[in-house]
Design a protein around this ligand. Sequence first.
Ligand code: ARG
Length: 466
Amino acid sequence: MKKSTQKLWGGRFTAPTDELVEEFTASINFDKRLYAEDIAGSIAHAKMLGRQQIIPAADVNPIVTGLEQIKAEIERGEFVFSVALEDIHMNIESRLSEIIGSEVAGRLHTGRSRNDQVALDLRLYIRSQLLKVEALIAELILVLVDKAESNLEVIMPGFTHLQQAQPVLFAHHLLAYVEMLKRDLSRLADCRKRLSLSPLGSGALAGSSFALDRESVAAELGFDGVTGNSLDAVSDRDGVAEALFDFSLLMVHLTRFCEELVLWSSVQFNFITLSDSFCTGSSIMPQKKNPDVPELIRGKSGRVVGSLVNLLMTLKSLPLAYNKDMQEDKEPFFDALDTVVGSLRIMAPMIIEMRVNKEVMARQAGAGFSTATEIADYLVRKGLPFRSAHEVVGKVVAFCEVNNLVFTDLTIMQWQEYSDLFSEDLFRLLAPMDAVDAKNLFGGTARKQVQAQIELVRRDLKKGRI
Ligand code: ARG
């Protein structure tokens, strides 16, 4: 059995740690991502300890400059991370001892535990990462709004059950995703709010007997206040779970769009053409151009939803307060974060470069009896109850289908065989754009309404209201 070296917590131990245990319990390979937050938290803590005269004022400066030096070493790639030192917290503290000596460095951890330290690091990290994700979502919203605006005249079939239903503006379809993304963005901002209390001062689980000034540390680190229960503060991973749910729903939204991009770029639909730079080929079939990017975003959503379930299962039934199980919160979060960031980053340019095949969409918008509801509404306006109007138009559809005709092939006399309420003004309704413009209620697909929505989103984006 291989044994390891002296630990920062080694006082009560008589036998060294087995190397297998070291490797199994260490988190340094992934929690090194928290280095900047860990150092920021330690600096704020050390300064407060000095102000409160809990440690000698003269020790504060060496601790702070030592920590800043460590940060620079990590950023230059010079820092040697050690598995024997378990995690980011002890790697940094141990290096601080090397730089400024163990006498002074040993005072930094006064009134603190790794349990409130890691809770703090995570809160700081998630808050700053969510802001980045929110900015990427806002960028994607803008791309969609631009695409919608430059295609305002493009009409497409709207679907239910993936069967042609009623014509809609392509812009209206894009703006549906904007609505989803707006909610995703506001969910993340909301999640940040609940992460805005500092857990420092909670100690291992019970709080601290030192006269720590929790509020000043919280303020220095950009928090709105401090947590109210030490047991909860060190055991709470709600914010991680919440962020993972928000990421999951965001990814699910992206998969719905990606699925449509895959369908639309098929020969059968041919609604859009993805740029060559966002597709790949086949090693055997020379003609192939595959929509790998939307497919992969669709596929990668599984990792993100999996991460959420992973964390929820880790937290389920855990007794208070800290348990080592909770170290398992980080990898799912980091993996989900990277997946979300990667997906959002690639989505925006893919949409900018995608070509919209207007003629195909317009042709399809008129096919499949897509103006049938419009015609039923026409009869309703002439006094027929809606159910009867529905029946009349249904019969016309059946007649056309049997005879391989479309609505525009029928003469007024043929229409009148089904209802004498039909007159020449019916023909104005048969153009899909008329059907679109007739949906002129707030939130509808009429050009006027869609233009108004575009302006609303732009205004809200500019004001930072989304
Ligand atoms: N690496 C640990 C984690 O991420 C830090 C906290 C360790 N605390 C403890 N009591 N062992 O959860």
